[in-house]
Structures are given as structure tokens and as C-alpha cells.
Design a protein around this ligand. Structure first.
Ligand code: FMN
Length: 176
């Protein structure tokens, strides 16, 4: 059965009863980022995020979504500044580190300080520094919108994430 035949006769879903949605959404490849900021005490905070997207070019706005049950929710709700660190293919270990409950995530990794001390991770494919613009709760996630203050990229292959697996975009780079 092809995709059109599969979807044609479906009823709109009762979301809680839908078991396949993760598999459907897992068909959309993303990059992998670590969103960083500082908490109210000045400690560096970061978490692995693949919901990052560019929203507007003029003005330059980005968004990402945060699980409402996240330990870092209050920090990101109140932080005025945050940075999107787009991981390179060689930084999969940072994706693992920043999705773990490890309290001391910044102890062993190199970073510099950006706007208002926001941690900027070393070795990334790109870094985007933002000022928080909006924080809206949608369902079980908050959508955080930021205005881009500064950005920079490096000619490194970014990490890619598809269906729970890390990979790269080597075909695009080989064609360049
Ligand atoms: C590849 C990948 C992408 C993720 N993307 C998100 C995301 O967009 N939003 C989110 O809230 N959690 C995301 N997570 C899960 C968080 O990284 C993880 O729940 C968090 O670091 C744990 O800290 P917490 O207890 O503060 O939530 C992602 C995890 C991985 C491995």
C-alpha cells in the first residue's frame, strides 16, 4: 500500500490513542544543537535540542521547543539570553552529555563566554546567540523564540539526527 492509499481513509487521530506518531515524525531529519544559557545563580546550563528552527530572516528570529516537565524550564523561562550551538558530526558525545541528568556537564568541555556570559561550546559547526523574545506554552512544550544577536559558522560537517540515529550530510558536502 502506498502512502496516499494509507492516509486517504484514515479518521483524524485521537492523539493519545496514536502509537505511530513518533515513527511518522522520525522521518524528518534534523540537525542537533545544544542550547546554552546561565541560570539565576550564574551557573552554565545546556540541553540537547533538535526542535530548533529558523523562523524569520528580517528580523532574524529563531525558535525551539522545551518539554514543560524539563528541570531547566524555569531557567530558560527567565533567561534573557541563550545560544544555539549547532553540533558538528564529531560532537555526538556532546549530544549524549547534554541530554543526560549529569549535574556537572560543563566541567570537562571547552567553551567561551558570549553575550552576558552565555556559554558558547568550542568545535561547533555554527553558533547563534539570541535574546529571548517570547515564551509560549503549547501543549506539553514551551516554544521559545529568540532574536538573533550574533552568529558565526565554521566549515565543519554538522551532525544530523534521523529516527534516533546520528549521521551526517556528507552527500551535500561532497557535491559542493
Ligand atoms: C537528539 C535529541 C534532541 C532533543 N531535542 C529536545 C528538544 O527539542 N526539546 C526538549 O525539551 N528536549 C529535547 N531532548 C531531550 C533533552 O535533551 C533532555 O530531556 C534534557 O537534556 C534532560 O534534561 P531535563 O531533565 O532538564 O529535561 C532531545 C534529546 C536528544 C538526544
Amino acid at each position: 500500500m502506498n502512502l496516499q492509499e494509507k492516509i486517504r481513509d484514515m479518521e483524524p487521530i485521537s492523539w493519545s490513542a496514536d502509537n505511530d506518531h513518533r515513527k511518522t515524525f522520525a522521518q524528518y531529519p534534523t540537525g542537533v544543537t545544544v542550547v546554552t544559557t546561565r541560570d539565576a545563580f550564574g551557573a552554565p546550563v545546556g540541553m540537547t535540542v533538535n526542535s530548533f528552527t529558523s523562523v524569520s530572516l528580517d528580523p532574524p528570529l529563531v525558535s525551539w521547543s522545551l518539554r514543560t516537565s524539563s528541570q531547566s524550564r524555569e531557567t530558560f523561562r527567565t533567561a534573557k539570553y541563550f545560544a544555539i550551538n549547532i553540533l558538528s558530526k564529531e560532537q555526538t558525545h556532546l549530544s549524549q552529555l547534554f541530554c543526560s541528568p549529569d549535574q556537572n556537564k560543563f566541567a570537562e568541555i571547552p567553551y567561551i563566554e558570549g553575550v552576558k556570559g552565555t556559554p558558547l561550546l568550542s568545535g561547533c559547526a555554527a553558533v547563534i546567540e539570541c535574546q529571548r523574545q517570547d515564551f509560549v506554552t503549547w501543549g506539553d512544550h514551551d516554544v521559545i523564540c529568540g532574536r538573533v544577536l550574533r552568529h558565526a559558522y565554521h566549515d565543519r560537517e554538522p551532525s544530523a539526527f534521523l529516527g534516533g540515529v546520528y549521521g551526517g550530510f556528507s552527500a551535500r558536502l561532497n557535491d559542493a
